[in-house]
Design a protein. Structure first.
Length: 287
């Protein structure tokens, strides 16, 4: 069967739900147990819950951002434990427009697994289509045989890479945070406000329609082309607050046929952990 590699609709998922590995990635930065509680109250049948802090991130140490990437082999083992088989179609969803599901989408590509898609519209699209939910804990599955590829299938850059590029602008950073946080408005999430010098802004929420679906590919392509200009995709870096919503922008770019940009996993929360790294605010002057 044809693999879904970016988005899947509720109807498409319903038609093949018995063949896919479903992961519920619902999460709330302000209440980190809310997603797990909502999963128990009702989730798409057959889904397994993955917690952003516990499963999709390693432990932060104060210098690597709020949601550092876990070890590739360890994360692959976690997915196999959940029941994922090699080559199996994965569908990820959440209840927030897709940023947490997109984190898993990107991470599976990072592990070399391309058959992964995000449910367009999330769990709301599923229930709006009149499709059922189930309650309680996830049903036990036999351990799968999933393993990661030898080399990453999706690429990253480090803070040092970006620092080295500031002089010659060899990398273009696109920041997926809100325009307000990018400009320098205070945020309870960050002790320092502003953005990486030279970065451009395209908030992940702008990838969606008012109904919470991804906008048409042609519209997304126009938005990202306008931000990137003539910069080649392999010189484009996506970042956000902690490497979560940047994956939403990378997914939107893939929907638009603009694949090849890289992720700065540590993002703003790592960048500001070192006071030697420069910061700009909306007037373009160092903060």
């Amino acid at each position: 069967m044809t693999a879904f590699t970016t988005l899947i609709s509720a109807g498409e998922l319903a038609a093949r739900i018995d063949d896919v590995m479903l992961f519920d990635c619902s999460f709330d930065l302000g209440d980190t147990e809310a997603g797990r509680a909502c999963f128990v109250e009702g989730h798409i049948p057959g889904a397994v819950y993955l917690h952003v802090d516990e499963d999709l991130s390693a432990r932060p140490d104060g210098h690597n951002g709020r949601h550092p990437l876990p070890d590739r082999a360890a994360f692959a083992a976690r997915l196999a434990e959940a029941g994922l088989r090699q080559g199996q179609q994965v569908v990820a969803y959440d209840a927030s427009g897709g940023p947490y599901a997109a984190r898993l989408w990107w991470m599976l590509n990072w592990l070399g697994h391309e058959a992964v898609a995000v449910l367009d519209g999330g769990i709301q699209a599923w229930t709006d289509a009149g499709l059922p939910l189930e309650q309680g804990a996830a049903k036990a599955r036999p351990r799968g045989d999933f393993v990661s590829s030898a080399t990453p299938g999706a690429l990253t850059v480090s803070a040092d890479d970006i620092m080295a590029s500031l002089g010659d602008r060899s990398l273009l950073v696109i920041d997926a945070r809100s325009a307000e946080r990018f400009a320098g408005a205070p945020s309870p999430l960050d002790p320092v406000s502003g953005h990486i010098p030279g970065a451009r802004n395209l908030c992940y929420r702008d990838n969606l329609t008012p109904e919470g679906l991804f906008r048409p590919a042609v519209e997304l392509a126009a938005d990202y082309d306008a931000v990137m200009g003539d910069v080649p995709l392999d010189r484009v870096v996506l970042q956000c607050g902690s490497g979560i919503t940047a994956a939403h922008d990378l997914l939107a770019m893939a929907v638009a046929g603009r694949k090849g940009a890289r992720l700065y996993p540590g993002s703003w929360s790592e960048w500001i952990s070192d006071p030697a790294r420069p910061v700009e605010r909306d007037e373009g002057k160092p903060a």
